[in-house]
Design a protein around this ligand. Structure first.
Ligand SMILES: [Zn+2]
Length: 84
């Protein structure tokens, strides 16, 4: 009986520990999922903007206009898109 009680308590503790571990893992996974979604969304928004480097006045600017070139807001010179 004594041995059974010890076993029973041990099983209960193991179950309790497993539940807590699962809860922590689920919370971490959910957290990572939402963080990833927010990060990817901001990253995509950033990637949509094309980066241009003006060859005339050497200023760096961004434009959301589609295409391979955009007019420099400083001097008006049309520059090609910078590729990374
Ligand atoms: Zn310029």
């Amino acid at each position: 009986m004594g041995a059974f009680c010890v076993f029973s308590r041990n099983t209960a503790m193991t179950t309790y520990f497993a539940i807590i571990t699962c809860a922590i893992l689920a919370f971490a996974a959910l957290n990572a999922f939402f963080w990833d979604r927010a990060y990817v969304r901001s990253y995509r928004r950033q990637m949509r903007e094309n980066v241009y480097h003006c060859l005339k006045c050497r200023s760096i600017y961004t434009s959301r206009a589609s295409g391979e070139s955009a007019v420099c807001p400083v001097c008006g010179y049309r520059n090609g898109r910078v590729k990374f």
